[in-house]
Design a protein around this ligand. Sequence first.
Ligand SMILES: Cc1cc2nc3c(=O)[nH]c(=O)nc-3n(C[C@H](O)[C@H](O)[C@H](O)COP(=O)(O)OP(=O)(O)OC[C@H]3O[C@@H](n4cnc5c(N)ncnc54)[C@H](O)[C@@H]3O)c2cc1C
Length: 416
Amino acid sequence: MKLYSIFSLARNALNYHKDWPRAWRSPEPRPEYDVVIIGAGGHGLATAYYLAKEHKVTNVAVLEKGWLGGGNTGRNTTIIRSNYLQDESMAIYELSRKLYEDLSQELNFNTMFSPRGLLMLCQTEHELRAMKRTNHANRLAGIEARMIDTAEVKRLVPIINDSPNARYPILGAYYQPRGGTGRHDAVAWGYARGADSRGVDIIQNCEVFKIIRDDDRVTGVETSRGTIRAKKVAVVTAGNTSPLMQSAGVNMPLESVCLQALVSEPIKPVIDVVVMANTVHGYISQSDKGELVIGGGADAYNNYSQKGTLPALEHTITALVETFPIISRLRTMRMWGGIVDMTGDRSPIIGKTDVKGLYVNCGWGTGGFKAIPGSGFVFADTIANDRPHPIAAPFGLDRFLEGRLIDESVAAAVAH
Ligand SMILES: Cc1cc2nc3c(=O)[nH]c(=O)nc-3n(C[C@H](O)[C@H](O)[C@H](O)COP(=O)(O)OP(=O)(O)OC[C@H]3O[C@@H](n4cnc5c(N)ncnc54)[C@H](O)[C@@H]3O)c2cc1C
């Protein structure tokens, strides 16, 4: 891999930037691999990267039906935080947040991690109590966080409506100073480049139709580019996981729904933190280009359409307008949707299955961008050693059989 640096930038400037090498290859699929990963979203690519880097497993293919990073990874609103309630969740999300801190250096690719601070508004007494509880749990787990009062919220977010007469007045907020955002595409591209340079084949435009088993063991996959044999197959396909796993005879406790977001026209800087308003269901941050990035709750029905709809948009904007009056004056520039995969307890599934050699990583629902580095790290370890990494172990499929659920429906109320 050619290093990106100030020197390579200067060298390439002399040639009018015509000689930059491609960031990754486009290889033809080989007939057989040690590991086939289905899905080149952030989680699949990070898994491939850590398999190659940490475990020296390089005979790996990542198969992607579209283009890499074109699923939810390229459609999300890029919020990074680790303020979940349960110990198991805090462990994986905080591991991930810490990996984000140095990810640009690790990948030699600017992932634009911006720990600008994250606020979760408390707009009812109930929410204030719930966030205090989360704050205590986070601090006990060593996560830097604190509760702040209305005056400090106003200082951090001058555009907020702090009137005590608002329908949902600001009673305070939970504050995670090292929460923030990153550049979603860059995370996918950085992991892709790092994995490719270590020998991983990333094969785009290659849809997997079926997972092939021989009795109780996985043997490969049928794809739009022919059959590919594999000793191990890892399914990392977010909202498309259920049909694919069914082809291997495994039913997943998942539902797929559309989650939507939008950006406004670009404006001068007005907000330099991330604000989530869970009671009214909406959240807001400002991108480096100046657009306000706005998202809300998931659709109430199952769906595979990857499209935004006007009623959902209207609902989110209506919810936010009273809290941020200036957004009523803005024009919407783009809106879109992604198909997210939700479990009943709103926690992910990471681990082995009853089929030997078949692994699954899914159920990140509306909040898996923040988890990409940590998830890839523990999933690669799980695949390489054929046993769950200790941080992944609680998230196995067996928790649904044993009733050992990891309930994050509160922390994940607007789970981004
Ligand atoms: C609007 C929106 C806002 C969000 N906001 C946030 C946020 O602010 N913070 C946060 O942490 N999370 C957020 N999320 C959630 C986050 O985007 C996802 O949890 C995360 O990107 C999942 O990554 P992934 O790699 O598992 O899935 P994806 O990125 O969806 O990757 C899966 C890949 O598998 C491919 N695939 C599917 N089926 C097949 C097949 N049969 N053969 C080959 N390839 C296949 C797909 O094309 C896709 O590229 C948001 C999601 C949406 C939609």
